[in-house]
Design a protein around this ligand. Structure first.
Ligand SMILES: C[S@@+](CC[C@H](N)C(=O)[O-])C[C@H]1O[C@@H](n2cnc3c(N)ncnc32)[C@H](O)[C@@H]1O
Length: 212
């Protein structure tokens, strides 16, 4: 997806992907992550997800990356927190106590700008990207996080019935992207109640990726 696609979605408040409450897979499986209290968790393509508020309330530190400044302004308004905003090369950093969100193209994010992270929570990030961007994205995530462990949430459905995003990913494709770098465990495979976008039978999967 091109940047304009996402900017337009945020400008027009077409954000059906936004859950408005903590993601069920995150709440169910956070305890499966071998991380210490206060760990720093990175949410790529974070939008204004309420997962951030939930993780902060559990005592974790949060980092995020998001293209849309509208999304990030709404995120801080809704937390509510007043950010300090600084420019870091092509990115902006919105920072407050225990939270840093880098605003701009995630492919401009470097390990130095991101800083060390202990885990990645990928919900609606890998599946938001078309096939030709996914290989670049998975390589980049592994690089900028120095192969931090991941909790990854994906959807699988008949792609001929509906167009993405979110795009359908099979377990084989997830393994194709990540098995050279991580041991992969399928934690849960659950039917999406009512179907994806209320129309398409789908399953939602949670994977734990531990660096090898
Ligand atoms: C499907 S939404 C998911 C948002 C969030 N993870 C959630 O669960 O609500 C994908 C988000 O990725 C952002 N995005 C898309 N391409 C991006 C890029 N290259 N760099 C940073 N963010 C990007 C979009 O603006 C959008 O907010």
């Amino acid at each position: 997806m091109e940047a304009d696609f996402w900017h337009t979605r945020w400008e027009n408040a077409q954000i059906g992907f936004h859950e408005g409450e903590v993601n069920r897979m995150l709440a169910a499986h956070l305890e499966a992550l071998p991380i210490a209290p206060g760990a720093r968790i990175f949410l790529p393509l974070c939008g204004k997800t309420r997962d951030i508020a939930w993780l902060l309330s559990k005592g974790y530190r949060v980092a995020g990356a998001e293209l849309s400044e509208i999304a990030v302004q709404q995120l801080f308004d809704e937390l509510p927190l007043v950010p300090e905003v600084t420019q870091e090369g092509p990115l902006k950093r919105y920072a407050a106590t225990e939270i840093d969100i880098l605003v701009g193209d995630i492919f401009d994010l470097t390990p130095e700008i991101l800083g060390p992270v202990d885990a990645v929570f990928d919900r609606a990030a890998l599946v938001a990207l078309p096939d030709d961007m996914r290989r670049r994205y998975t390589d980049h995530i592994a690089t900028i996080t120095q192969r931090a462990l991941q909790l990854l949430v994906t959807f699988e459905y008949d792609q001929s019935v509906m167009n993405g995003p979110p795009f359908s990913l099979t377990e084989v494709e997830v393994r194709g992207h990540y098995s050279a770098r991580y041991d992969i465990t399928l934690l849960e495979d659950a039917e999406v109640k009512g179907g994806l976008k209320g129309v398409c039978p789908a399953s939602e999967k949670a994977f734990l990726l531990l660096p090898v």
